[in-house]
Ligand binder design. Structure first.
Ligand code: ZN
Length: 176
């Protein structure tokens, strides 16, 4: 008795896979429009100026620019040189490409089909990048609101301390 397993691509067959590709680009900060500062209007109508947190990394000063990743997956020729079957997962390897095994479901016979898969992946990753940027913006806005609240309270407390210190000195002067 013998058993045979059909594989989707023959060894030696040239197919297409979604090649990795992305470009890091810098855009003008959407929060401060590149000015590195923001004007915040507090609940009591008071305006405060604050360094933009959206375009500053860690404790660095704001740069007025934000980094974005643009995904550019493109079809790449793939030679099915080796096959690996593990359970129902079939993977191929192209020895010339510096990558590990690629799943058969991510390989395509036609360039057009692969291009469509690349376009879909680029669109999906662009959406994810956009969602991440929006979440980051919301988080930075919360940080800035907290910062304005914190430093505003600090200024009021210090002003009160200064007033108390001056009053003490006035008493000392009276006695002298
Ligand atoms: Zn900014």
């Amino acid at each position: 008795m013998s058993a045979s397993l059909p594989i989707p691509f023959a060894i030696g067959e040239i197919v297409w896979r979604c090649g990795n590709g992305h470009v890091e680009e810098y855009l003008v900060c959407p929060e401060c429009a590149g000015t590195k500062a923001l004007t915040l209007v507090q609940g009591n109508g008071e305006q405060v100026f604050i360094a933009c947190a959206c375009c500053s990394l860690g404790s660095d000063p704001p740069s007025g620019r934000v980094k974005r990743t643009r995904f550019e997956h493109r079809p790449e020729r793939f030679l099915c040189a080796r096959v690996d079957v593990n359970g129902d997962v079939i993977r191929y390897r192209d020895d010339a490409l510096s990558c590990s095994y690629c799943e058969a479901t991510r390989l395509f016979r036609s360039h057009e089909e692969c291009q469509r898969a690349c376009d879909a992946e680029n669109a999906q990753r662009a959406e994810e990048e956009k969602a991440r940027a929006i979440a980051n913006l919301a988080s930075k806005r919360r940080d800035m609101a907290w910062s304005v609240h914190y430093w505003g309270r600090k200024v009021r407390d210090l002003a009160k301390d200064l007033e108390t210190a001056r009053a003490r000195l006035a008493v000392c002067k009276d006695r002298a």
